[in-house]
Ligand binder design. Structure first.
Ligand code: 5GP
Ligand code: MN
Length: 338
C-alpha cells in the first residue's frame, strides 16, 4: 500500500463516522479475527463501527472479544442494508472478489462508501478505492497489524485487538507451520503477545473444543479416507447422513482435510462434504510444495484460494463429484505422480 493511499485513508478516517467491516461468507478465524481486531481499533478511536458477516461463523470463534456485536446479514437483511447504504467507509477483509460475500454482493456494489480492501489472496479484483493486497502475508490479521502500524498507531493495540489478530494468524498458518509463515509473521506475533494476547489460552480456546460428537465425526472421516498413492493424493468424504448422525455443527469439520497431508508422501489432500439443504458438495483442498490448489479449484470446482489452501464446490452428487475429481486428477499426472 503506497504512502499516498495511507495519507488519503488517514484523512478519510479523520472525517468518517460510520464504518462497516465485511468478512467473507463462511468466515474463518482469519476473517473474524481481522474484522474484530479492526473493529475494536476503530471503535476505540470513536467511530461508529459495525461488523456485518454474510452468514454465521463456527462456535470455536464465539469466545473472541466483540463476537456478540457482529451482525449476521442472512438473519438481519434490512438493518444490514441500511448500515451498508449509510456507511462512509467499508472495509472488506480476507477476500479478493466481491462475490465471496454471497448475497451481500448486490448491496455492497450499490454502496457509495469508500471501499478499502485488506487481503492476502492472490489476484485481487479492482472493486475497492484502496486495495491493500499482499499474497506474501500469512493472513489478513497480519496485514491489519501492518495497517495499524502504517497509521503509526500500534500504541493503541489493546489486549482485545491483540487477541483477535493473534487468533487469525494462528488459524491461517496452522499454528505457524505453513509456508506463508515468515520471520515477519513471528515479529508481529511477538508484538501481539507483548500487547496482551494470551497465546496458550487462545490455542486452547480454538483447538481444545471438541465435543464427543465432533471427535467421533473425525473418526468417520478418517475411516472414509482414500489414498491414491500414484498421484500422491488423499481424500475424505462426509455424507449428509454421516454429519446428521453426529449432530453436525458449523465448524465441526474444520481441519479434517489436513489429516490427508499428514500421510507420508502425500502432497494433495481434499475433503468433500455434502450439504443437502444447499444442494452442493463443499470442498476444502490443501497441498504441499508447488502444486496449486488455487488453480485446481478455480479450473474445475468453482472455487479458489491460495497456492496451498483453497475451497471449492460441486453441484453433482457426492459419488459423482468424487468420480469427476478422479478423472480431473488424470490431467495432473505430470505434476502429481512420482
Ligand atoms: P477453506 O477450505 O478453509 O474453506 O478455504 C481455504 C482457503 O480458500 C481460504 O483462504 C478461503 O478464503 C479460500 N476459499 C474457500 N472457498 C473459496 C471459494 O469458493 N472461492 C475462492 N476464491 N476462495 C475460496
Ligand atoms: Mn485468510
Amino acid at each position: 500500500m503506497i504512502e499516498q493511499s495511507i495519507l488519503e485513508i488517514t484523512s478519510h478516517l479523520s472525517r468518517a463516522n460510520k464504518i462497516v467491516i465485511v468478512p467473507h461468507k463462511g468466515p474463518d478465524g482469519d476473517a473474524i479475527g481481522s474484522s474484530l481486531g479492526l473493529y475494536h481499533f476503530l471503535k476505540d478511536k470513536g467511530h461508529k463501527v459495525k461488523v456485518i458477516a454474510p452468514n454465521d461463523f463456527p462456535n470455536f470463534l464465539k469466545w473472541l472479544p466483540g463476537t456478540g456485536d457482529i451482525i449476521i446479514y442472512e438473519n438481519n437483511r434490512e438493518i444490514s442494508d441500511s448500515l451498508i447504504d449509510e456507511a462512509e467507509i467499508i472495509f472488506t477483509l480476507d477476500f479478493n472478489l466481491l462475490d465471496r460475500t454471497g448475497e451481500m454482493e448486490a448491496p455492497l456494489r450499490a454502496a457509495e462508501a469508500t471501499f478499502i480492501m485488506i487481503d492476502h489472496h492472490p489476484e485481487p479484483s479492482d472493486y475497492a478505492d484502496h486495495t491493500y493486497s499482499d499474497a506474501t502475508m500469512s493472513s489478513t490479521c497480519q496485514m491489519v497489524f501492518k495497517f495499524i502500524h502504517k497509521l503509526r498507531a500500534t500504541q493503541y493495540i489493546t489486549p482485545e485487538i491483540a487477541t483477535c489478530l493473534y487468533t487469525g494468524i494462528m488459524t491461517d498458518t496452522g499454528s505457524f507451520r505453513y509456508r506463508s509463515t515468515s520471520s515477519d509473521t513471528h515479529m508481529v506475533i511477538a508484538e501481539l503477545i507483548k500487547k496482551g494476547a494470551d497465546n496458550t489460552l487462545i490455542h486452547q480456546n480454538i483447538y481444545d473444543t471438541f465435543t464427543p460428537n465432533r471427535l467421533q465425526l473425525l473418526g468417520v472421516a478418517l475411516q472414509n479416507l482414500k489414498v491414491n498413492k500414484e498421484f500422491r493424493t488423499a481424500y475424505i468424504t462426509l455424507s449428509q447422513e454421516e454429519l446428521d448422525r453426529h449432530n453436525f455443527q458449523k465448524g465441526d469439520t474444520e481441519g479434517f482435510v489436513n489429516y490427508g497431508l499428514a500421510l507420508e508422501g502425500i502432497v494433495f489432500a481434499v475433503i468433500f462434504i455434502e450439504h443437502k439443504v444447499e444442494g452442493l458438495i463443499k470442498m476444502s483442498l490443501r497441498s504441499k510444495g508447488n502444486f496449486s490448489v488455487n488453480e485446481f479449484a478455480r479450473a474445475h470446482f468453482n472455487g479458489g484460494g491460495h497456492l496451498n489452501a483453497a475451497g471449492g464446490k460441486s453441484f453433482l452428487s457426492l459419488p459423482d463429484t468424487v468420480t469427476k475429481f478422479s478423472l480431473v486428477l488424470e490431467e495432473y499426472r505430470e505434476e502429481l505422480s512420482i
